[in-house]
Design a protein around this ligand. Sequence first.
Ligand code: F6P
Length: 384
Amino acid sequence: MGSQIKKVGILTGGGDCPGLNSVLYGIMLKAYDAGIECIGILKGWKGFLENQTIPLYIAEHDDLHTVGGTILYTSRTNPFKSVSSKEEKAKELTKKFEELGIDALIAIGGDDTLGVADNMYKLADAKVVGCPKTIDNDLAGTHYTFGFWSAVQLASNAMDNLTTTARSHQRVFVVEVMGRDAGFLTMYSGISAGADIILIPETPFDLEKDIIDILKKRANAGYKYHIIATSEGAYPNSESLNRDFKTISKETIDKLPKDSYGNPLLVKLNISQIIVDELNLREDLKQEFQKNEVDFECRSVVLGHTMRAGTPNSFDRILGLRFGLAAMKLVIEGKFGNMVSLQGNKIKTVPLSEGVRKKYITLENDKMELRDLLVKIRYLSKQN
Ligand code: F6P
């Protein structure tokens, strides 16, 4: 049981994000109090496989929760990738606990990283617990992941700031926001900044109806600059792709590299630039702008990794600390195979296998209605 745990290993896997160090500090605070030693495993599962570890002494890391990124480094190594027997691999990995000198492991990561921990627990009874991490906020087991709100704020600030240059040049800016599969980052930052059009993967867009028509209506209502927020994973519906697009086709999407489930990696499209290229080909749109004394000019901005950069905001620092504390408590209580999660404002526990499922914005989500109202009411309310 818990009392036998003397040393706990901690690793961070997948893309980094603000708040990872906050989780580490939360773990270290509780571990110190409980007399448990912490070992940092470097570069996620890569360091686990290669025995790359460092001691973690809390006295050397004052206020680590305020620092962005992860002092443990990270990688996207997945030891289960293309193995013939998952069970054997799970047993092999679990045996490494002895080599690494650890009694239990806390894995901090997204579906990929925590999926490994889940396999180890289910197939080899490993003493592992998980802590969910992704700035995309697309894990089913938790209402929010740390890092999400810091990234929303960064993207929202970027869009706020872009309005001054958009206004000066009377331009359209297409801002590409991180979020491969789900649109949480784009939806929240777009609504927060008052973006004029918001495109997310959950609702494939129609170029004509959702972009060109809206831009024309906005131009006619007197708007002279426009901000379009798009998820990097947003894409057109097939009808619009066939009907409206000149620069890409179904074949372009079919030729994209595939993810582990065989789905095309839409994130490789650079959708913001495609939208800019398509809009630039539309003489009817240019004419509509000119009618309102604006020369049509359009630019794309990819926010990319700037969204994961910098220090965590206060919400993420505190959520990270709470997750760290709760993860260490799971270890002490011997509740392995689980991950910590935020439900409402309470820290709860869910089985790893449930927690790592993907989450998307559903049609019933009030943000969908808010987005649609935000887009249309502004130009409608200015029409005579
Ligand atoms: O999953 C988190 C995420 O930040 C996505 O939003 C983004 O597509 C991806 O990671 C980028 O990954 P990398 O850092 O490997 O380029």
